[in-house]
Design a protein around this ligand. Sequence first.
Ligand code: FPP
Length: 246
Amino acid sequence: MDLKNSILTKSLPKHIAIIMDGNGRWAKQQGMLRAFGHENGTKSVKQTVEACAELGIENLTLYAFSTENWNRPKLEVKTLMKLLVSSLKKEIKTLQDNNIKLSAIGSLNTLPEKVHKELFEVIERTKQNTRMTLTLALSYGSREEIINTVKEISIKVKNNIISAENIDESIINEHLYTQNLPDVDLLIRTSGEQRISNFLLWQIAYAELYFTSVLWPDFTKQHLYEAIIEYQKRERRFGKTSEQLS
Ligand code: FPP
């Protein structure tokens, strides 16, 4: 049985999140500028999105630009923003053909107007799609998301819309940017770094973590399959004992 079919015989993660890392190092290895790495990274984005849709993964969230990434050299930020616009224009057809809904999380108002406009156009045009939700984390920072959540809930408490005693996980979930998404089941980070970098801190509470040394532009469908196979081997206990699970 090939990898894909063997994956389909077991339970699938409902939500995969990916920290796409290593574009710069990949470009350097080729003796090229960092922009070349990001351009090639978009090919891995496409392969991964298609592979997830084909497998029946319901939610895929990609860390495309963090709040900290604004501190990169101006030219690199500009290149990444241009790539986003061109990828959105180019891939709307892939999204429609595969019945994929686009969504975005982050401080989206800080994005340049062109990116914002293109992003919301694709979100609008794909909003009826049902096979998979692809969420792009753009100008995203998990601590910022949590701060916003606390602010919104505090205002509601102050205005007697919510009582402080009733604040629970579901109320917090409803106020996060990811309000319509289930918790992350599998978090993948490429390039050999083993850290979370301010990504979905609340949502990964029980996620299985998978780190691979593959640099993002080299990441293919096969690498995604390998990550899911590893996930399927893990025993997810959610704090219980093995005996309780069986
Ligand atoms: C990390 O590699 C990658 C990013 C900061 C950007 C990710 C963007 C893309 C893959 C392209 C556009 C995305 C979409 C959704 C169309 P790095 O630059 O930190 O690499 P390094 O750690 O090797 O320097």
